[in-house]
Design a protein around this ligand. Structure first.
Ligand code: PAF
Length: 293
């Protein structure tokens, strides 16, 4: 879909809220794509999906300081609002909400949204405070941009579960729509952090999707979960990727699966480090056609 008018950039939450409410009062469904900018085709696929569901689409661009740990890449995270606006120009985006930090977190702010359950394992363990930062900013954004539906990428699978849990637990009046991961032709999932990779690391990084595809095939052939996990880790290690986790768990809860379980929807999740750059990826595993051996 092509945008006929350039999006309006909005900096203040009261103005953003008022514009969304006015569109809704005029009978328009509003879709919302929260981002941290550094937009790529993964983000624009979310925008396209939002635009196909909703006549009015808002995209937020806000690099959220409180979801980065002290040793993480907040300072070097790419920021280029002009480039992001240009990337959004061909799409049907009505508003870009680009608040500054003091608008989102006034100096005396003192509230965090803590989600347990799906926020606890994996990224939650390795990045303490990360999901509290995500849940807090997403909750805050949902108040600034009181849309009817919000669109998130499946690449950050655990984040989608955390957001859905928060929305359900706090009774927030918004539909959460999870959209497929967009990949390069060689399988690498699009991520703003891919920009950090050197040329050799970019080659190595294809091992993430190779490991996931292997897991999918092993899963279908009925291999034991522990064997699938070892094989994923071996593929990553062979590409000199330091493995944070390579696991197969229940897709909706991230809990371990019983070895004989064939009906629960599963997901393979991986995280690994190439030098300073940490990448995550995942692949859904359809119900098995072969019994586990
Ligand atoms: O996925 C992201 O880009 C961020 O975690 C989000 C959801 C925009 C919150 O800052």
């Amino acid at each position: 879909m092509t945008g006929d008018r350039p999006p309006t950039i909005i900096r203040r939450s009261d103005e953003m809220r008022q514009r969304v409410r006015a569109a809704q009062a005029a009978g328009e469904r509003v879709g919302f794509v929260p981002t941290m900018g550094s937009l790529h085709a993964g983000h624009t696929s979310l925008v396209e999906r939002a635009a196909s569901d909703c006549p009015a689409v808002a995209v937020s661009i806000f690099v959220n300081p409180i979801q980065f740990g002290p040793q993480e890449d907040f300072d070097r995270y790419p920021r280029d609002l002009a480039a992001d606006c240009k990337r959004l120009a061909p799409h049907s985006v009505r508003w870009i909400y680009a608040p500054d930090v003091s608008e989102m977190y006034p100096p005396d702010h003192a509230t965090r949204v803590e989600v347990a359950g799906p926020a606890e394992p994996f990224e939650g363990q390795l990045r303490p405070g990360h999901f509290a930062g995500v849940a807090t900013v997403v909750c805050r954004l949902f108040h600034c941009v009181p849309a009817d539906a919000a669109y998130f990428g499946a690449k950050d699978w655990q984040q989608t579960l955390v957001v859905k849990r928060m929305v359900a637990d706090l009774g927030l009046p918004i539909d959460v729509v999870v959209c497929p991961t967009v990949r390069e032709t060689d399988g690498l999932a699009l991520s703003s952090r891919n920009a950090y990779l050197t040329a050799p690391q970019r080659q190595q990084a294809t091992a993430l999707s190779t490991a996931l595809k292997q897991a999918q095939s092993d899963w279908q052939q009925g291999h034991a979960i522990s064997d699938i996990e070892h094989r994923m880790a071996a593929i990553l290690e062979a590409a000199a990727i330091a493995v944070d986790y390579a696991t197969v768990v229940a897709a909706d809860t991230l809990e371990p699966l019983a070895p004989s379980d064939q009906t629960t929807a599963a997901i393979a999740l991986i995280a690994g480090r190439l030098g300073e750059t940490r990448l995550i990826d995942n692949l859904s595993l359809p119900p098995r056609t072969q019994s586990p051996c």
